[in-house]
Design a binder for this molecule. Sequence first.
Ligand code: FMN
Length: 193
Amino acid sequence: MTTDPFARFDTWFAEARESEPNDSNAMALATADARGYPSVRMVLLKGYGPDGFVFYTNRESRKAGEIAANPHAALLFHWKSLRRQIRIEGSLSFATDAESDAYFASRSRDSQLGAWASDQSRPLADRATFETRFEEMQARFEGKDVPRPPHWGGYRLTPNRIEFWQDRAHRLHERRVFHHTPDRGWTEGLLYP
Ligand SMILES: Cc1cc2nc3c(=O)[nH]c(=O)nc-3n(C[C@H](O)[C@H](O)[C@H](O)COP(=O)(O)O)c2cc1C
């Protein structure tokens, strides 16, 4: 039997897309700064495969600063209606420029302009300031394609541990855990719930 966490991820993610009313690709991203102090926020999964899980963000945001200081991170999916969670741990690196360009180009024009207008995670005096910046970007790029801002792009989490948790009757939940091996394979086992 092949031990392949991605086959299981495919199945669970497909089922989540069917059952979750909103944002079935939403996942919590936990990072920690150089002191080891953690922080967590939601991001959207925009690509995945055996080489990892990809999301997009501002590379000058708080999370980006933490990732620069400490690339170790964790992802968490919780699909409430399915009573499942998936925990993924590993390290983060930049997605390729080609991937980031392609995904940026696929976004709506307003999202593209928003990426230029937002100083993500920095203090903002009032909402009107952001709206003014957005209008400035509308004027700047009027009649032109909006290029990907230099401070915006993808990150890929390359996993070394993936755990699938499934609710079962009488609290006999199932926890199935996969660990990455040095030869780029995976081992699989069960954990007490
Ligand atoms: C469901 C959901 C999805 C989100 N997806 C993203 C995303 O894909 N990228 C992103 O930069 N922020 C996303 N956000 C906003 C982040 O949670 C967060 O507010 C922002 O990235 C700033 O985080 P930071 O200050 O830790 O860098 C999302 C928020 C929610 C609630």
